[in-house]
Design a protein around this ligand. Structure first.
Ligand code: ATP
Length: 234
């Protein structure tokens, strides 16, 4: 479904991604794990079109998207939940969700998807008119995920969904990610919580300073000595 082939990405003079290749098949959860600054978020931002690779290719369902505008990429069916959520604090929960559907015009289908989001996230249903900025961290993460789902993506990019959340809530969020995947959405997940990420993923890649150092099934990586030592606490 998605193929990232040997991309090089720079921030000015900083060479952030040094020949990264990742492939995601339809129906999978693929996770990128690695320490701070390894290039995980940069990889997601490049797929969603916010950054352009200097060299290399990104294809989504056979179409080259590396040079495409971010909005066109959303229209193809890729939606990103950014790190830190970036919800609109001064708008209500409902308004945030409506904004997630801005590229669509199929009103009755939008309404259906809104109902599905409220079923998946009952906490949001109870808070439809609450200002998003007053939600708790976990609720804001749910809202950011709900908003991304409102574009009806086929590929969902999730950047550190567990960030800043208490352990119980992390469990809840990961359970929901698994359910979203089981209902047909392919997922590329960036996480520092390697334990949780490997527990739900099919495939995984380890990033270190802009390079992929290990790749395999999630099970292979969770059994790997190097991964256990560096990312799973021994
Ligand atoms: P984290 O988990 O801390 O977000 P990450 O693996 O997602 O880490 P990136 O955010 O992708 O890492 O950063 C990769 C490298 O690119 C880092 O060295 C970072 O300092 C650099 N970088 C990221 N954003 C910028 C920017 N806007 N300008 C300059 N350098 C940047």
């Amino acid at each position: 479904m998605l193929t990232i082939d040997n991309i090089n990405v720079y921030y000015g003079a900083i060479h952030a991604l040094k020949g990264i290749s990742v492939s995601v098949a339809e129906g999978e959860i693929v996770t990128l794990i690695g320490a701070n600054g390894a290039g995980k978020s940069t990889t997601l931002r490049t797929v969603s079109g916010l950054l352009k690779p200097k060299t290399g290719q990104i294809t989504f369902e056979g179409q080259d998207i590396a040079a495409m505008a971010a909005q066109s990429i959303v229209k193809l069916g890729i939606s990103q939940v950014p790190e830190g959520r970036r919800i609109f604090a001064n708008m209500s929960v409902l308004e945030n969700l409506e904004l997630g559907a801005y590229i669509r015009s199929d009103k009755s289908e939008i309404k259906k998807d809104m109902d599905t989001v409220f079923e998946r996230f009952p906490r949001l249903a109870e808070r439809k008119s609450q200002l998003a900025g007053t939600l708790s961290g976990g609720e804001q993460q749910m809202l950011a995920m709900g908003r991304a789902l409102m574009s009806r993506p086929r590929l969902l990019l999730l950047d550190e969904p567990s960030m800043g959340l208490a352990p119980l809530l992390v469990k809840e969020i990961f359970k929901i990610i698994k359910e979203i995947n089981e209902s047909g959405t392919t997922i590329l997940l960036v996480e520092q919580n390697a334990n949780m990420a490997l527990s739900i993923a099919h495939k995984a890649y380890v990033l270190e300073t802009g390079r992929i150092t290990l790749a395999g099934t999630a099970q292979e990586l969770s059994e790997s000595e190097a991964v256990r030592k560096a990312y799973l606490g021994g």
